[in-house]
Design a binder for this molecule. Structure first.
Ligand code: 3PG
Length: 307
């Protein structure tokens, strides 16, 4: 009987866990649930008997992969798989997958929640401003970016996008004005919503040069990864431009400096929560369980990321 470890330091909604269990029960698999664990050792201990793993932002490091001799597949219930050591997976014949698109709407909605919270001055009763008629730039037009475009149109915003991997025609079909360069995007749009993955090419790529292009009152909304921000440059732009605000779904490492020097000019969630809705948990969790069953039963490797 296959054992599937669901290892979530930040748990799924209970209804999603039930859904995952149903899929696994039907296939005759056993679910091992490890939630809110506090050490890698705890994770390694249960991983030791797992044939498959479902994780969220949990670290599937080499150490964890190597603690699981029976492991054949690890599925990141979500989009970004920068938390999986793909080289370690390759070395041990482990298939790595993600579940693209399943939690995207939740992330996009949070981006707007943070923007409105910031524009209304933290709901403190003072006069704020509106999204309608403003320009929003979508930096990377993937699954989350598409939902951001859709919602932005509902708010009556002018929507721009930059993504070297998506054709201008595809963006145009969605009513998005595709720009030729990332610089043009930052220069044109007062609001920029960031959706690039964290990898060797993108880490620290959001730098002073780019941020300084934003028009007056510029706001960067980061529901992607904190690693893509050049934090020294971010602090410099905070200092040089008192009109600039930074909103992020997960605090930067330099949180203390923001709190002491720039109150009212940032919004950070307490814990990464873009995908933390029942709907997203159900979608991503059940998709992950189904992908594991399809992999073992049919050899289906759709959404494999370590080809
Ligand atoms: C993702 O990459 O799918 C999101 O960042 C969500 O991450 P989470 O599952 O840890 O909430």
């Amino acid at each position: 009987m296959k054992k599937v470890l669901v290892a979530t330091e930040k748990p799924f909604a209970p209804v999603a866990v039930d859904g995952i269990k149903n899929v696994l029960d039907e296939a005759g698999y056993t679910m091992i649930l490890l939630e809110k664990y506090t050490s890698v050792d705890e994770l390694k201990e249960v991983a030791a008997s797992a044939d498959a793993m479902i994780i969220r932002s949990d670290q599937a490091s080499r150490e964890v992969i190597e603690s699981a001799p029976n492991l054949k597949i690890v599925v990141r219930a979500g989009a970004g798989y920068d938390n999986i050591d793909l080289t370690a997976c390759n070395d041990h014949g482990v298939v790595a997958m993600n579940t693209p698109g399943q939690n995207s709407n939740a992330v996009a909605e949070l981006a707007f929640g943070m923007m409105i919270y910031a524009l209304r001055n933290g709901f403190n009763g003072t006069s704020g401003s509106e999204l309608r008629g403003k320009k929003i730039g979508i930096h990377a037009y993937g699954n989350v970016g598409k939902y951001v475009a859709l919602i932005a149109k509902g708010f009556g915003m002018d929507v721009y996008g930059f993504d070297p991997f998506v054709s201008k025609e595809d963006m145009k079909k969605d009513g998005v004005i595709a720009l030729d360069s990332v610089e043009e995007l930052y220069k044109t749009c007062k609001f920029v919503s960031l959706h690039i993955p964290a990898n060797d090419k993108t880490k620290k790529s959001i730098n002073y040069q780019l941020l300084s292009l934003l028009p007056k009152g510029g706001m960067l909304v980061n529901t992607a990864r904190k690693e893509v921000i050049h934090e020294d440059d971010l602090m410099k732009i905070m200092q040089d431009r008192s009109d600039f605000k930074y909103l992020s779904d997960i605090a930067p490492d330099c949180l203390g400096e923001f709190q002491s020097k720039y109150p009212g000019r940032f919004v950070f969630t307490a814990k990464k929560m873009g995908a933390q809705t029942s709907e997203a948990n159900i979608n991503a969790g059940i998709a992950a369980a189904q992908q594991i069953v399809n992999f073992f039963e049919k050899g289906d490797e759709t959404f494999r990321v370590n080809k």
